[in-house]
Design a protein around this ligand. Structure first.
Ligand SMILES: Nc1nc2c(c(=O)[nH]1)N[C@H]1C(S)=C(S)[C@@H](COP(=O)(O)O)O[C@H]1N2
Ligand SMILES: [Mo]
Length: 164
């Protein structure tokens, strides 16, 4: 049976990518990031670098933002391309299986060294769960991260209620 497409990379790129589990697992070794708990104690799984995906997709010269979309809960984050390209990891596997929903799967975005929530563009809130589309953009795209502490607390309360 054909594997489902888990992640699309599109927008201001030369080549759109439609990625299955096998595509991600098959990327050459320098792209593979094993065991993200090495740099995020509470998070699990194996991933590939955002850089490796961008190398394949080839952003246009004028592209300057990467917008991360989770359609499952309508959550979106837009961060500067140059800042995120060396920091982003796309987590897709845990124990040789697709990353589970309880870990933000099937695909979860992680920044290697995020700032605390709301202190920087590359903050913990940008670690998008249920990532299904990476859109390369010219200028900043959609961003629904909570803007202040009250909105942040409300979002986490809603997440806890709906569960994984
Ligand atoms: N799809 C999605 N991703 C999300 C969120 C969300 O509500 N939906 N919350 C963000 C916020 S505000 C934070 S602080 C982190 C929390 O990640 P954790 O649950 O692994 O601690 O996930 C981020 N990723
Ligand atoms: Mo957050």
């Amino acid at each position: 049976m054909e594997q489902p497409v888990l992640l699309i990379v599109e927008g201001a790129v030369e080549r759109r990518l439609d990625l299955t589990f096998a595509d991600l697992a098959g990327l050459p070794e320098p792209a593979q990031v094993r065991d993200v708990s090495r740099f995020h104690a509470t998070r699990r799984g194996d991933g590939v670098t955002l850089e490796a995906l961008l190398e394949q997709a080839r952003p246009y010269a004028e592209a300057d933002y990467v917008t991360l979309h989770a359609s499952r809960d309508d959550f979106h984050v837009s961060v500067p391309l140059q800042a995120v390209r060396g920091e982003g990891v796309v987590v897709f596997r845990l124990d040789d299986r697709t990353l589970g929903r309880e870990h933000g799967g099937p695909i979860r975005f992680l920044i290697r060294d995020p700032a605390a929530c709301h202190t920087d563009q590359l903050d913990d809130c940008a670690n998008v769960k249920y990532l299904d589309r990476i859109e390369v953009t010219v200028r900043r795209g959609r961003d629904t991260r909570p803007a202040d502490e009250a909105a942040h607390a409300a979002l986490h309360a809603a997440e806890t209620r709906s569960g994984p």
